[in-house]
Design a protein. Structure first.
Length: 307
């Protein structure tokens, strides 16, 4: 089981906040630093300082870290055109020396699209566009050097592209697809993904979602898939520290214990073990208070050595 740090910078974090957390995560031995891809805060939080673009941020972090893997949960297909997106991710992969992982999704938060003038098609069209974008992005990355790439779809057309730049990783950065949809998501994950992620679900629903993707992989002739989950994390050495950390992110301890990875290090280790039994190989720890580096230090000292 590998633990990855997953942040939500749209909730009130600038680049320096993210840099501090990414460098701490690297120093403490976490497997990766991931961030969301949102342009608008959610819930009752101070919107300052405003959003930061995920791939601009990751490009900068690529040059200020050395070993930790970097990625998104998940890049919104609605925000970008597939060709320029392939260029951006490949460039960051090269800037990092091959440490990028590409989480990709349909986009879902209507309000941020309205706030920044981004078209937000109906769900069926978003899925259709998403699948075409996956075809194009992965097709551009895997086109052999010296050859060109073309694609003709219902929404996008690519003609005689030189398919450059190439990412540092060969044949391409790992692709992560998540969600709990029963039909389209398993099929698309089996076709394109190296990793399937279940976000913020309980153990029973997580295991059921893994089962659906395993069936889709078998139907597609796939033999391997990495299975992962994302959970909000809140760990305290004692009840007082746990309550303080929960209050800092405006959550209640009983709810966090039920819905996330929360409690003492021993409690959280036990629940991590149950996720492993369900098939998880990686857990993305959603860290909501980016000022609390001591939280990461506690997890690194009391949980990481036992995994």
């Amino acid at each position: 089981m590998r633990l990855r740090i997953f942040t939500e910078p749209q909730q009130g974090a600038d680049y320096e906040d993210q840099l501090r957390v990414a460098q701490a995560a690297e120093r403490l031995g976490f497997d990766a630093f991931f961030r969301s891809d949102h342009y608008l805060s959610m819930g009752d939080v101070d919107p300052d300082p405003g959003p930061t673009d995920s791939w601009v941020t990751l490009g900068a972090l690529a040059r200020e870290t050395e070993t930790i893997r970097l990625g998104t949960l998940v890049t919104a297909a609605t925000f970008r055109l597939p060709g320029p997106l392939a260029i951006s991710v490949a460039q960051v992969d090269r800037m990092s020396g091959g440490r990028v992982e590409f989480g990709f999704g349909t986009g879902w938060f209507d309000a941020e699209h309205k706030a920044y003038g981004i078209p937000f098609p109906p769900l069926g069209e978003r899925f259709a566009r998403f699948e075409e974008q996956l075809e194009i992005v992965t097709g551009l990355w895997t086109t052999k050097p010296g050859e060109t790439y073309s694609f003709e779809g219902a929404y996008y057309r690519v003609a005689d592209s030189p398919a450059l730049p190439k990412p540092a990783q060969h044949p391409r950065p790992p692709v992560i697809i998540g969600g709990t949809g029963a039909k389209r998501t398993p099929r698309i994950a089996a076709k394109f993904a190296d990793e399937y992620n279940v976000p913020f679900a309980d153990l029973q629903d997580t295991a059921a979602a893994y089962g659906r993707v395993r069936q889709a992989c078998e139907a597609a002739g796939r033999e391997s898939m990495v299975y992962s989950a994302a959970q909000v994390v809140c760990v305290g050495a004692d009840e007082a520290e746990l309550a303080r950390r929960a209050a800092a992110i405006r959550r209640e301890v009983p709810e966090l214990r039920k819905e996330g990875l929360a409690g003492t290090p021993e409690e959280v280790l036990d629940k991590i073990g149950r996720f492993a039994e369900a098939g998880s190989e990686r857990l993305y720890l959603q860290v909501l208070d980016l000022a609390d580096i001591e939280h990461l230090e506690l997890i690194a000292a009391e949980i990481l050595p036992h995994l």
